[in-house]
Every structure is written in C-alpha cells, then in structure tokens.
Design a protein around this ligand. Structure first.
Ligand SMILES: [Ca+2]
Ligand SMILES: [Ca+2]
Ligand SMILES: [Ca+2]
Length: 405
C-alpha cells in the first residue's frame, strides 16, 4: 500500500508527496492510487530514466510506442552467435542492438547487422540487457553475476555476485539456484532489481541495497509499481510483494512454479502466469481478482494493451487475449509452445514468437496479420526499433532484424 505523507520529507528514497501519498516524481499521482479509473499514461509519462529493459518499462506492460508493419517483413540481416538466443533484445541510444546468448556472451550489434562489441561471461546468458539513462548496460549470467558494462565499448564497469551458491556454473540445483536470468529491471532512481536465490535490489554503483530471501529460484524479472512496490514470481510457487525498503508486504501462493514476470496495470492490478496453467490477476493488496486457466504452463509474461486487454501465451500453443474482467476475448493458435512474451504496438496489434519457429503479427481482433518462419524456436521476446525494424533471437543461434518494404 502507498504510505501516507504530509510532505516530501515523509517519503523514502526519491519519492515525493502527492495527494497524501508517496509517489515517484514526474509521474501523475493517479497512477499510484489503486481503485481509480485507469487513465492510460503515455509512454513518456510512464517511462523511467532508462532507455530499455525486458518488457520496456519497470511495470512490464510490454507496450511498444512504435507500429508493427502492415506487410510481412523480410529479413534485413542476421547475426550468427553459435548457440540459442532466448534473451530478448534492447536497442541503445546509439542504435546498437544488445542481446545475450547461450554462447555465454552479450552481443552489441550495429543497426546494419555488423558485429560491435561482445562481452564473455562464465555461463549461459538468458537475461535481457537493460540500458540506463547514462548508457550503462546491465545484464545477468548463469555464472551468478550481474554485470555493468559501458554501453559504447562493452568494457566491464563492475560485477555483483548474487547469492553464495557453492557451484556457480553448469547444471544441478546449486549451479542454477543463483543464476541471474531475471531482467534486470531498472527503477526510477537507477536501482537494479533482479533474481537468483532471492530478490535483490542493487544500487547503480554495484553495491547491494537489499536482499529479500525467497524459498526458491527467482528466474524472471521483478516488476516495479508506481508506488515503489516490487513484485516477483518464484519457483517456490509464490508471488512476492516487497516494499521499496526490501520488506515483505505480502505473498500469494500459486499451485506451481512462477517463472512469468509480473505485469502491472495502471490501476495497480498485477498479472502473472504460473506452471499451474493459470494467469492470475491480483490486487495491489495481494488478493485474487481472477484466475484464467489455459491448457498448459504460462511462463511468458503478459502484455497489457492500452484498453486494458491482457495478452499472454501458454505452453498449450495459444496466445490469449483476456478482458479486464478475466473473460476470454479471443485466442490465437500457433503450432507449438509459447514462451516468448508478446508485445502490443501503438495501435493494439500484437507480436509474439512460438516454438513452431514462427513470429506472428496479430490484429487487435485476433485475426492473423502475417507470420514469418525463422530457423528455430522463437522464445525470445521481439521488440520494434524506432525505425520500425523488428529484432528477435532464435534457437537457431541467430539474431534477426526484420523490416517491411
Ligand atoms: Ca549458476
Ligand atoms: Ca503445468
Ligand atoms: Ca521448433
């Protein structure tokens, strides 16, 4: 719950007092008040001082400010990384495409597809690079480190080891428990939120701000509400709400692992999937609003359209459009499991990958617009660059840039 305040001095961190509640600055107070009618924020209003991250902003709504092409795009270029790419891309202010790979590296690729810098870590990279306002790139690795890299050169600025797992790399319970696969998510004050064997908040200088212990591995990126509350799913079947100071607010128990990253609606509702096949809608107080049952695990993260429609893929192969009240609007069938998190473009069209090796563009009413076959599973979550180019990774080891004529 947002805490009450009389002046800015009553608010922790850099928050300010607006209408009796502590909120992040440059953010309309209505966004922080649960229960008020949702007025869609523009992306500029909602955006933190960061250039890019998994699901685009700390609330993880998966809303792109750009438009998907009407026509089926063609492959503009590909870059071979030699191992599957499940990480999702981000684009820097200089136009570099940043993405991690199972070749243990982070790649910076020029707009023309020419390789830029690479940075080698000690294990697989599932994490999506996040880019701070100053250009610093933050990315995690299965070697249990969160890395801060200089955006232009890829030079190491610092690394922070999450947890104290005895075996850091390879496979096995201890080797994977502290993996940094989650996000990171950049908060409005530059703090970094990630997973591993706990939920951690790390300052921009690489020092730990707080660590919230969980009963299992946190594999997906924490989301951050307008009031500073941190939400994260965990393989102990719980969804945790943690205060801006790192204290437990509430815990909601699902019936299986929660590997989906939470998405937060304007009114504070949290949408998150679970291996129990459900997509949950939870109130900011941690109460169940509704649960929508799909045919298999929901590991993808939900996207929230500007009209409040929620889009999420399931391992049953369907991409679901679910109304705010939890009823089905439509479902779109792909040929295999969906792990990729969908994007909603500026006009409400949807873009998502599937393990049938295709990338699908879907109209707001659920009709197919186009689909394009790539060389392997598309588990990476696609993005649209400012010039309309689509970027995505695939299990065939390639990073793709797609553009319509
Ligand atoms: Ca590890
Ligand atoms: Ca299941
Ligand atoms: Ca496949």
């Amino acid at each position: 719950m947002p805490e009450g305040c009389g002046s800015d001095k009553d608010c922790k961190l850099d928050r300010v007092c607006e209408a009796g509640q502590c909120v992040w600055p440059q953010r309309p107070a209505r966004a922080a008040m649960a229960g008020t009618p949702a007025t869609p924020l523009t992306d500029a209003e909602a955006g933190p001082p960061a250039q890019g991250m998994f699901r685009f902003d700390p609330r993880h709504r998966g809303r792109s400010p750009f438009l998907l092409p009407k026509q089926k795009p063609e492959i503009l270029w590909t870059m071979e990384t030699s191992a599957p790419v499940t990480s999702s891309p981000t684009v820097s202010a200089e136009g570099l495409v940043l993405i991690g790979g199972h070749s243990n590296k982070i790649f910076a690729i020029g707009k023309d597809g020419k390789p830029g810098w690479t940075f080698a870590t000690g294990d697989l990279v599932w994490s999506t690079p996040a880019i701070a306002a100053d250009g610093t790139v933050y990315v995690g690795s299965d070697d249990d480190n969160l890395y801060a890299l200089e955006g232009k050169s890829g030079k190491l600025l610092w690394k922070y080891r999450v947890g104290a797992c005895q075996q850091t790399v390879g496979i096995g319970p201890d080797a994977t428990r502290c993996d940094v696969d989650a996000g990171p998510t950049i908060g409005p004050d530059g703090a970094l939120y990630t997973g591993g064997d706990a939920i951690s908040a790390i300052n921009p200088d690489g020092k730990l701000r707080w660590r919230f212990a969980t009963g299992g591995h946190v594999s997906s990126a924490p989301a951050l509400a307008a009031d500073g509350t941190v939400y994260a799913g965990c393989q102990d079947n719980s969804i945790y709400a943690v205060t801006p100071e790192g204290k437990r607010q509430w815990e909601f128990r699902a019936r299986d692992d929660v590997d989906s990253s939470p998405a937060i609606e304007e009114d504070g509702t949290i949408y998150v999937g679970s291996d129990d096949n459900r997509l949950y809608a939870l109130s900011p107080q941690g109460q169940l609003v509704w649960a929508f049952t799909t045919g298999d695990d929901v590991r993808a993260s939900a996207a929230i359209g500007r009209d409040g429609t929620v889009y999420v893929g399931s391992f049953d192969g369907l991409l679901y459009a679910i109304r705010r009240d939890g009823t089905l609007q439509w479902a779109f069938r792909t040929g295999d499991r969906i792990l990729s998190s969908a994007l909603v473009d500026a006009s409400g069209a949807i873009l998502v990958g599937s393990q049938d090796d295709r990338l699908y563009a879907i109209e707001p009413d659920g009709k197919p617009r186009w689909s394009l076959e790539l060389g392997g599973d598309v588990d990476s979550s696609p993005i649209i660059g400012p010039d309309g180019t689509i970027y995505v990774g695939s299990d065939d080891g390639k990073v793709y840039a797609l553009r319509a004529q």
